[in-house]
Design a protein around this ligand. Structure first.
Ligand code: LMR
Length: 353
């Protein structure tokens, strides 16, 4: 029995006696259901949505919202099954799985598309975006569409951009106040050429590592530090195995929600419309979750730091932040080649108000 069918059986057990005792109205309803010729086939389509973060993150919560909404809109014909925390696939392995249709949906961060559409690393460039509103204007504008088209041309269905937030830097070695403090330290990065250069240019040592291995890497000292959003740091407890957390807000972490082309093509038009509608609603919610959770979880990290005395949170002055910006934004011209990111895309962002 599919999960959706099980949900329906449970609600029938609760609802049927209510209908029975509530007189004609209930009987009429039951009758209609029996008479309906084209009753939806529950769980006719199974949609597995794989992701790597915890359920209590912007992506995790939006995936659950999407699950509920699409099941409603499709009247149970699509059974959405969300697999969080790398239960099914780690990092970019999910992109191969989507091609094989062994999973139907995912929302990898931009860095993880490196081998498919390296241009998405536009969003990894440090200090390129002024704020979240600037990012949304780019994603909702012509640059965003161009990037989605590139992904579609590689045999995926690009559905929507989702947020996490800006990334912060942490270390177990020394407080990161100026870029030179990072020298010689090993930082975990996602598989991204931009992130590799971002750390190389300041004399640090970038190490690619799947998200699911970062906690143990930090705990065992395989890496000294990492960069991620507050929500990812908090939900994976990275702050508990680090001594210093610097609020750099240096780079953006977001996602492109993609669907298997084979699955999309197998859906009749009405269900494709339901997917688009559920995704539109989930994306609006997702942007709210990203703001709310990162703010709430930052307070929880501050509380941990205060109570344990084991973590120092560093806020940078404007001059210190400018020093980071100057040091790492030097790498932009290295990505002007259109096979890497492209000058037009980078300058397009800089010209977007
Ligand atoms: C990471 O690998 O750090 C992130 O991409 C995880 C995620 O999906 O937010």
């Amino acid at each position: 029995m599919t999960k959706y069918a099980l949900k329906c059986v449970i609600s029938s057990i609760i609802i049927l006696p209510i209908l029975f005792f509530s007189g004609c109205k209930g009987k009429e309803k039951e009758h209609k259901v029996e008479e309906k010729k084209d009753a939806p086939i529950l769980g006719e389509y199974i949609l597995k949505f794989s992701h790597v973060v915890s359920p209590n993150t912007p992506k995790g919560k939006a995936a659950s919202f999407f699950e509920k909404r699409l099941e409603e809109l499709s009247e149970g014909r699509i059974d959405v099954q969300v697999y969080p925390s790398s239960q099914l696939y780690k990092d970019n392995a999910v992109l191969k799985a989507l091609k094989l249709d062994t999973v139907q949906m995912a929302a990898p961060s931009f860095s993880k598309f490196g081998k498919i559409v390296p241009q998405l690393a536009l969003f990894d460039l440090p200090f390129l975006f002024k704020d979240m509103a600037h990012i949304h204007r780019v994603q909702d504008g012509k640059e965003g569409q161009k990037l989605k088209d590139m992904v579609n041309s590689k045999g995926y269905i690009a559905l929507a951009f989702w947020d996490n937030n800006f990334k912060q830097l942490s270390s177990s070695k020394k407080p990161l106040i100026l870029p030179e403090d990072a020298k010689g330290q090993k930082f975990r990065i996602m598989s991204s050429k931009v992130l590799e250069e971002q750390f190389n240019v300041i004399g640090a040592n970038p190490q690619m590592m799947p998200f699911s291995e970062v906690y143990s890497g930090l705990q065992q000292g395989v890496i000294d530090g990492q960069e991620n959003t507050i929500s990812n740091i908090y939900t994976k407890k990275f702050h508990e195995v680090q001594k210093y957390l610097t609020m750099t807000n240096h780079g953006y972490l977001g996602y492109l929600v993609v669907m298997s082309e084979e699955f999309w093509n197998s859906l009749p038009q009405d269900l494709q419309k339901a997917v688009v509608q559920a995704m539109k609603e989930a994306t609006a919610k997702q942007r709210e979750y990203a703001q709310e959770l990162n703010a709430k979880q930052f307070n929880l990290i501050k509380e941990y730091a205060r109570q344990s005395g084991k973590l120092e949170i560093i806020n940078l002055t404007k001059e210190q932040k400018d020093a980071w910006r100057r040091a790492v934004s030097k790498i932009y011209p290295d990505f002007y080649d259109s096979n890497k990111i492209g000058e037009d895309l980078i300058k397009g962002v800089l010209a977007t108000e």
